[in-house]
Structures are given as structure tokens and as C-alpha cells.
Design a protein around this ligand. Structure first.
Ligand code: FE
Length: 197
């Protein structure tokens, strides 16, 4: 598949050249999957969505949410945090929470909850699972992104080719992750654009 290189592509290409990308992003690049939505000067910020009833502050800082007893298909979720001008946001806080392999949220502990900070190139990565479905919703992750102590985005990420997407009133195409196969499971990718320059 061919496409015009965007600044976001160039940032990813530079990261690839520097050898700093995870196997997930490398796998995606090798598969020639379509690019994430184009990033250009004055880009629209990533759409915000409701945080839902199960957000819990003070999640642990950890990139790996897998733990003994947690089933479900392995997912490596990677991407960038960018400004509207496509500048990488370093040390942005990316807070992820989602249902477990039974479709339940952990409201007592922090199962399937964690946050990471982006690196100097604005990259983040989580290792987790594909959440199970729960009644009333299509499959999704919940995310908050903050920079310099300021919460800038609360949204949800969706999986392509889910039958439930068309029936979910919250679903937005712009919030679809790019998902491909990787050796360990699924390689998912989504880059956030924050409302900052
Ligand atoms: Fe949810």
C-alpha cells in the first residue's frame, strides 16, 4: 500500500532507523499496514470520549499489565503522543485501563490498569491483553493522556473488524487502532494528538 509520507510517518521512520522501535511497531511497518491518520501542522486533536464509570486514579506505573491468572490474547499497544504540530511530547503520562479477560473491571485493585511515561521521542508502549466484551459495549480500551501534570485527553480506543463497533453509540472510526499479528499475539498501534502546539 502506498501513501504520501506524513510527518508522523517520518517520525516513525526516524525512530525505526534509530533502532528504537518495539518489535510491535517493526512488525506493523513490515506488514505495510495503512498509516495512522495523517498528522500535519494544525492537526485536529484526538477525539475525547467519556471516561465511563470505572476510572480509578493513581494506577501503578508499569508497562506490563499481564499477570498470573489473566488470560486473553496478548496485545502490545504502542504509539506516539504528539502535539497538533506533530511534535513528540516527551514524558507525557499515558494511563490505560480496561476490562479483563472476563469482561470485568477491577474496582478494588489495579488489575488491567497502569500508566507509563513517553520517552524523548514521544513513544509509549504497553503489554496487555485484548479485553473481553461486556454487555452494552464493543471492545475497547480506556485512556487518559496528561502532560506536565495537566490532563489533556480522555478517550477510548477501538479494535477494527469488531461486529459490536456498528452497534456501539460511542464508537468512532477515528479512534480505531491499527492492529496486526505479531509473534506474541496482536500488535496494536495508536498515536494521540494533544490539543497543544
Ligand atoms: Fe469500558
Amino acid at each position: 500500500m502506498t501513501h504520501d509520507p506524513t510527518r508522523r510517518d517520518l517520525i516513525l521512520a526516524a525512530a525505526l532507523a534509530a533502532g528504537g522501535l518495539s518489535f510491535a511497531e517493526t512488525a506493523l511497518a513490515q506488514q505495510g499496514l495503512p498509516p495512522t491518520p495523517k498528522c500535519k501542522d494544525g492537526d485536529e486533536p484526538t477525539a475525547a470520549q467519556t471516561e465511563g464509570p470505572f476510572y480509578k486514579p493513581s494506577s501503578p506505573q508499569r508497562a506490563d499489565l499481564r499477570e498470573p491468572g489473566l488470560g486473553g490474547r496478548a496485545v502490545v499497544l504502542t504509539g506516539l503522543v504528539l502535539t497538533r504540530r506533530c511534535r513528540p511530547v516527551a514524558r507525557a503520562l499515558v494511563d490505560l485501563w480496561h476490562a479483563d479477560d472476563k469482561g470485568d473491571y477491577d474496582n478494588r485493585g489495579f488489575r488491567c490498569r497502569g500508566h507509563v511515561l513517553t520517552d524523548e521521542a514521544g513513544r509509549y508502549q504497553f503489554r496487555t491483553i485484548m479485553p473481553a466484551l461486556y454487555p452494552g459495549r464493543t471492545r475497547h480500551y480506556h485512556v487518559k493522556v496528561a502532560s506536565a501534570g495537566r490532563s489533556l485527553l480522555t478517550t477510548q480506543l477501538y479494535f477494527p473488524n469488531e461486529p459490536g463497533n456498528a452497534r456501539d453509540g460511542l464508537f468512532q472510526r477515528a479512534l480505531l487502532m491499527r492492529v496486526g499479528q505479531s509473534g506474541e499475539g496482536l500488535a496494536a498501534q495508536f498515536s494521540f494528538v494533544l490539543d497543544m502546539t
